[in-house]
Design a protein around this ligand. Structure first.
Ligand SMILES: Cc1cc2nc3c(=O)[nH]c(=O)nc-3n(C[C@H](O)[C@H](O)[C@H](O)COP(=O)(O)OP(=O)(O)OC[C@H]3O[C@@H](n4cnc5c(N)ncnc54)[C@H](O)[C@@H]3O)c2cc1C
Ligand code: SF4
Length: 555
């Protein structure tokens, strides 16, 4: 199937058996499994996704195009969303396939101890989830980069692990295709192998990244799911005749004012709009009269995300992405690799709260010039771990004026780190706009510890250490997360959670009473930080929730 997956909006029906909101991991996985289950009679299913359909080849790879395709109030169909809140900012994607379109592909399983914490329901454990992790990993076709150890950034990352007794280095499993060149027999989608271009987080134009657009979504479409894009769900109401009303607004690129309407769901609604989107929908639905647990809007976590930079080191790192332009002459001798390829997991024998994971990042083509300009400026305030090399350092900075493999940025490392915060953020609506409040989050111990460890990374390379600028600027201690979690947390009862272990939404009237047919499946149900990249965990939980929904629909 190489055409578009989106159905014609005018062909929509006013009522479906099942309505799925959002097309990220939660939405794509549940829609696909319900459609593929041998249910009799076969339910009608639609997905409502607020973003546009992005066909590989359309993804921006120049700096000005990134700005043009950012989601803002004036551009509700933008692909890249940067949400500014008081204490923490959130980066996410908007489009058919959700944040899978612009993420870094890392598929990793957290420590089993994560699920032993409160308020995870007793039924969810590492062992219990194991087969669901495997199912998701198989569908997303995850595996190690076959030539990962040849990448210079991976060697630079490992250098620190080799010096530290409590560090374990590994090539990560990533959702990237290195084999198929042609039509994938399973999904019917055209695929090509990765060319190591480093553009995964702006969108893969090569058809190598295993986004949801390459697996669950085409399979869902094949199994009869109707997919509607540019449809933003506002809230859900119980329908007086049974089932639910899903209230939406629909944007088209040509019209500034959205069209509004209602689609009815007779048997099930699955809310899968991500941590921010689902919480916003549920809070608004509560304001519209839907009874919910008081925990809706609680347990927001940034997954302990943190960043830091080793700038202008003595080791070439090849982190400069070139996009789908492999013949660009100056870039031809650089192999950026996928955005993230390796990881160091620290202190796995210590209590969970002390464990951190550090990963390498490449800069996508569109980010090379802005990153070079920002880092060369910030380096003035950085800490040089090897001042003896000043002449060489200045020579590399001088070479960095144009794209130059010998320049300072191509001798730098940008690290993504995950640890454990206290998931203490709260979300509410103010004038109908989502707010996140989390006073003092950046002062939590974990971030100071991570910052010290990243200094050691810089030292191992003889680099200048640049602290996360948003965190260190005037001691502001602001954070940025690419892994928003929580907001509609799972819990054993409606006192500790908004949904049960099957994603069924508590109605708040008693401990266990639920709204029949109303589910949440996505990152919003994760009630704690998990300390590693989260999509495989979101996918495993969604596989499990899908199984629960199919069982209910069979009754
Ligand atoms: C730059 C970046 C890199 C990342 N790298 C990794 C990585 O390497 N590994 C990893 O595990 N995780 C990574 N992540 C995070 C990961 O992609 C997310 O955790 C995951 O996609 C969340 O899945 P989800 O189903 O909860 O939500 P999403 O994938 O965000 O999907 C939610 C969907 O709902 C839609 N939506 C929102 N509101 C509405 C509404 N009101 N109506 C209709 N639709 C709506 C959104 O447009 C979106 O399509 C990264 C994230 C970013 C931003
Ligand atoms: S490195 Fe390039 S080709 Fe490979 S998955 Fe990422 S964007 Fe696609």
């Amino acid at each position: 199937m190489n055409g578009t997956l989106t159905s014609n909006w005018n062909s929509r029906s006013g009522t479906y058996d099942v309505v799925v909101i959002g097309s990220g991991y939660g939405g794509a996985i549940t829609a696909c499994h319900i459609a593929q289950a041998k249910l009799k009679p076969k339910p009608s299913i639609c997905i409502l996704e607020r973003g546009m359909e992005w066909i590989p080849g359309m993804f921006p790879d120049e700096p000005e195009d990134i700005t043009q395709h950012s989601l803002t109030p004036l551009n509700p169909l933008g692909l890249y969303e940067y949400r500014l809140f008081k204490d923490i900012d959130v980066i996410q994607g908007s489009g058919l396939g959700g944040t899978s379109l612009v993420n870094a592909n890392v598929a990793i399983i957290p420590e089993p101890a994560v699920f032993e914490q409160d308020p995870w329901p007793g039924g969810i454990t590492g062992n219990m989830l194991a087969p669901y992790y495997e199912r998701a990993a198989k569908a997303l076709d995850v595996g190690q980069h076959p030539r990962g150890m040849d990448l210079l950034k991976v060697r630079a990352l490992k250098k620190r692990a080799d010096l530290s007794p409590n560090a374990k280095f590994d090539l990560l499993r990533i959702a990237v295709n290195f084999k198929i060149d042609g039509i994938d027999p399973e999904s019917g989608v055209e695929r090509h192998p990765c060319i190591d271009c480093g553009d995964c987080v702006t969108g893969c134009n090569v058809r190598a990244k295993n986004t949801l657009y390459m697996n669950y979504l085409p399979l869902a479409r094949k199994a009869g799911v109707e997919i509607f894009t540019q449809v933003k769900v506002l809230f859900i109401k119980a329908d007086p005749n049974g089932g639910y009303q899903v209230h939406y607004e629909r944007f088209t690129p040509r019209h500034n004012l959205p069209e509004t309407g209602i689609i009815k769901a007779k048997r099930a609604v699955i809310v899968s709009a991500g941590s921010l989107g689902s919480t916003e929908i549920m809070l608004r639905s509560k304001n519209q009269g839907l009874k919910l647990s008081d925990t809706v809007g609680t347990r927001f976590s940034g997954n302990g995300d943190f960043f830091g930079i080793s700038y202008n080191s003595n080791q070439r790192t090849d982190i400069l992405g070139f996009g789908n332009h492999p013949n660009d002459p100056p870039r031809s001798n650089v192999k950026a690799g996928p955005t993230i390829v390796g990881a160091i997991r620290y202190d796995r024998n210590k209590p969970l709260k002390e464990q951190i994971t550090v990963e390498d990042l490449s800069v996508p083509r569109a980010g090379v010039i802005p990153t070079r300009n920002v880092l060369s400026t910030l380096s003035a305030g950085g800490r040089d771990t090897d001042p003896g090399d000043l002449v060489q350092e200045l020579a590399r900075i001088a070479r960095d004026i144009q794209f130059d493999a010998g320049g300072a940025l191509n001798h730098s490392m940008i690290y993504l780190v995950m640890g454990h915060d206290d998931a203490g953020g709260t979300m509410n609506l103010k004038n109908d706009k989502l707010q996140i409040n989390w006073p003092g989050v950046g002062d939590q111990d974990v971030f100071g510890r991570v910052n010290s460890e990243l200094f050691q990374h810089a030292k191992a390379l003889g680099a200048t250490f640049i602290e996360s600028p948003v965190w260190s600027f005037f001691h502001s201690r602001r954070l940025i997360t690419a892994h928003p979690l929580g907001g509609c947390p799972m819990g054993e009862t409606s006192h500790s959670g908004s949904v049960d272990e099957c994603g069924r939404v508590y109605n708040g009237k008693s401990d266990k009473e639920i709204h029949p047919g109303l589910y949440i499946a996505d990152g919003s149900v994760i009630p704690t930080s998990i300390g590693v990249n989260p999509f495989l965990t979101i996918s495993a939980l969604s596989e499990y929730i899908a199984e629960c929904i199919v069982k209910e629909l069979k009754k």
